[in-house]
Write a protein that binds this ligand. Structure first.
Ligand code: PEP
Ligand code: MG
Length: 541
């Protein structure tokens, strides 16, 4: 047995079969220089992967052209042409003939061509290095597909990875994943937050000790203490199973005690749940949330390699609005960019993505995408109590522009005969210091505020939320952040609009007295945190 200690980033304990999912970068290392016995067979495998990649790229081209316009789809045409590039194909063929596997031949061609392009002076040609990487990774994933996918079987898995990216997390099936282990990562990274919202226990910061060599063995993790046990013996597994079922029993009775004690008190602060995907809905309903305070709509855009249609979005938003049966549902428009890139919408490389085209800036840059989402949201508003929230606001003009777009979309939909909700509120995330300091003006343009403490802390303290090494500087008690929260709440109330907190700070029960004093109207947290929050509130009364 191997005992490790990392940082607990999503609470709960889990036991399951360990499986390391290689990242794309891992793949390039993993499959370099593997000898083959049968060049002809390898070349055939490569040709089949090429045909499949061509078909996938055509589908992507069509979906992206339809949803985002021809201009954005061009990239996939460039990749498809790369698949026909005689020099690239010849390099792979030669490597296969020199007795490398198809995967290793692709890695060799990738190295050769990316070096060639990146050493050129012309910036346009330098950019082609990124295309070679994309197409080589596409081929590599197709060739090694079976090896990177989770193995079949009912056994719950402990998924291990270099880092949990938002797109990987969006594609997880929570029914199959008992827990997550990562080599790198911080508690405020989007991957970690998605895991929390899905209720999947997770531990990060385990370094190179987790890797493919443990595949298939049994593993245990505790997302609160950060304790991890790998390569368990059958006896250790059995005793941990017993321990886990006792814990679950205890937790369930604590939860029901908490909810019955809570049902007798009127909470001075509304308790909402965060939603990461539709799969979280049952736990939100079971936890008795008073509403959904933050539905991160990103998962719809990250779970597939192409954008969702308006109709797909409408169905998803409608089902959440209907399931909540008249309770408030706050849906945030796509908060992409930064650490949440969309694979099908390549933006020019940014030297500092956290300060780049993310949040509402990404929405304005891809206005047709934002408008399509607004159409889906307004259509769904006829089926419940729906509000729309806009991410990463830092200027007044941004809110004015949002309001204009919202009016345009409503007019269009009315003309097309769609029924719309009568009082859809438009709110903004206060997650930049600029928004907090301008909150007296922003409150006049917004129907509600939602304070995103994860980004507010990042931007106020100048501490990258992704970087685990900066943990000592990431201070939730920072008076600077608390002061910005106080200013925002005061300005919201002066202007008669409600203010909630939807960042991870909302789950810290030690801040409750402060939130109550600042008259925060609602807290929105992962559903699993609601019982504890309720207990803490009733203890204060
Ligand atoms: C936040 O920044 O606090 C927030 C809730 O948004 P996200 O974590 O999705 O960036
Ligand atoms: Mg944020």
């Amino acid at each position: 047995m191997l005992q490790l200690h990392g940082e607990g980033i999503s609470p709960g304990m889990a036991l399951g079969t360990f499986w390391y999912c290689p990242s794309q970068e891992d793949l390039l290392h993993l499959y370099a220089q593997r000898p083959s016995q049968d060049p002809q067979k390898e070349f055939l495998r490569f040709q089949e992967a090429c045909t499949q990649a061509g078909k996938d790229l055509n589908t992507l081209y069509e979906r992206v052209a339809q949803e985002l316009g021809e201009e954005n789809a061009q990239l996939f045409e460039v990749h498809r042409m790369m698949l026909e590039d005689t020099d690239y194909l010849q390099a792979i063929k030669e490597a296969v003939l020199q007795n490398l596997t198809a995967e290793s031949a692709v890695c060799a061609a990738f190295r050769q061509f990316s070096l060639l392009f990146s050493s050129m002076e012309d910036p346009y040609m330098q950019q082609r290095a990124a295309d070679v990487k994309d197409i080589s990774l596409r081929l590599l994933e197709l060739l090694s597909g079976e090896k990177t996918a989770l193995p079949s079987g009912d056994s719950p898995f402990i998924l291990a990875a270099e880092e949990l990216t938002p797109s990987q997390t969006a594609r997880l099936d929570p029914a199959k994943i008992a827990g997550i282990l990562t080599r790198k990562g911080s508690p405020l990274s989007h991957g970690a937050l998605f895991a929390r919202t899905m209720g999947i226990p997770a531990v990060s910061g385990l370094g190179e000790d987790v890797g493919p060599r443990q595949n298939g063995t049994k593993a245990f993790l505790n997302g609160e203490t950060g304790e991890v046990l790998l390569s368990l013996s059958p006896e250790q597994e059995t005793s941990l199973k017993v321990c886990l079922s006792r814990q679950r029993h205890l937790k369930n009775s604590e939860k029901s005690q908490a909810s019955s004690s809570q049902s007798q008190i009127a909470s001075p602060i509304a308790l909402y749940a965060n939603l990461g995907s539709l799969a979280d809905l049952p736990s939100v309903l079971q936890a008795g949330a008073q509403g959904i305070g933050l539905f991160r709509s990103e998962f719809l855009f990250l779970e597939k390699p192409f954008p969702p249609t308006e109709e797909e979005q409408f169905q998803a938003y409608r089902s959440v609005a209907e399931a909540m049966n008249g309770k408030p549902v706050v849906i945030r428009t796509l908060d992409a960019g930064g650490d949440k890139p969309l694979s099908y919408l390549k933006s020019p490389p940014e030297s500092n993505p956290a300060l780049g085209m993310r949040g509402i800036r990404f929405g304005f840059l891809h206005e047709p995408l934002l408008k399509k989402q607004l159409r889906a949201l307004y259509r769904a508003s006829a089926f419940g109590n729906l509000s729309i929230l806009f991410p990463m606001i830092s200027n007044l003009w941004e809110v004015r522009k949002i309001r204009e777009l919202a009016c345009q979309v409503q007019d269009e939909l009315r003309q097309e005969g769609f029924p719309l909700g009568t009082s859809v509120k438009l709110g903004i995330m206060v997650e930049t210091p600029a928004a907090a300091l301008l909150s007296h003006e922003l409150a006049k343009l917004s129907d509600f505020f939602s304070i995103g403490t994860n980004d507010l802390m990042q931007y106020t303290l100048a501490v990258d939320r992704q970087d685990a090494a900066l943990e000592p500087y990431r201070d939730p008690h920072s008076p600077a952040v608390l002061e910005l929260i106080r200013i925002t709440a005061e300005n919201a109330h002066k202007n008669g609009i409600p203010v909630s907190i939807c960042g991870a700070l909302a789950s810290h029960t030690s801040f409750l007295p402060y939130f109550l004093q600042a008259k925060i109207d609602a807290l929105s947290v992962p559903a699993g945190d609601l019982p504890l929050l309720r207990q803490a509130i009733s203890a204060l009364q």
